[in-house]
Ligand binder design. Sequence first.
Ligand SMILES: Cc1cn([C@H]2C[C@H](O)[C@@H](COP(=O)(O)OP(=O)(O)OP(=O)(O)O)O2)c(=O)[nH]c1=O
Length: 191
Amino acid sequence: MKKIVLASSSPRRKRLLDQLDIDFIVAPSNIDETKVEADNPKDLVQKLSYLKAKDIACKKDGVIIGADTIVELEDKVLEKPVNIDSAYKMLNNLSGTTHRVLTGVTIIADNQSLTDYKTTDVTLRRLSNKEIKDYIATGEPMDKAGGYGIQSKGAIFVEKIEGSFYNVVGLPLTKLVQMLQELGIVISFNE
Ligand SMILES: Cc1cn([C@H]2C[C@H](O)[C@@H](COP(=O)(O)OP(=O)(O)OP(=O)(O)O)O2)c(=O)[nH]c1=O
């Protein structure tokens, strides 16, 4: 089987693939995400995942995996906070509401390309100003879509989740394996 290449700088995505105990390498893509536009959130995550995978497919051989995660709240797209103020605004808006997390995934292998996405609905409990400020002070929100990490300290804000947990962390593993199978790629666990 060709080498699996994770086209991502996200330590979470790497950890999720590590969890499967399969052989892969990491090659972070270098695209300017801020310049990419789409008609709606699902098109946006799919387009971004494709651009990330394509960027690496041009440079490396293998089964290339690209992904992109965003949070959607009332038709607004929340990406990563750009500063402390935007992290505060995001968390304040997400407090006591249900939002949607979307992850787009693209696999490119042997001139074949497959793109899909997955959604998960997450409900956060009401957060006090102090809780939001204390959380931001930990630094955790800054590299995460929507400004929280469900897999870390942000877990204490999560009241309910409907759908794949791994999708929220950045890589929907079930969807990923289904897509690999669709392309005729069967993953093999290390012995
Ligand atoms: C909502 C949420 C997002 N996230 C993360 C997943 C993604 O890494 C990040 C969204 O940013 P992305 O742009 O999807 O990914 P990235 O910049 O981290 O990595 P790359 O573009 O190189 O692949 O937010 C969490 O870790 N936990 C969460 O609960």
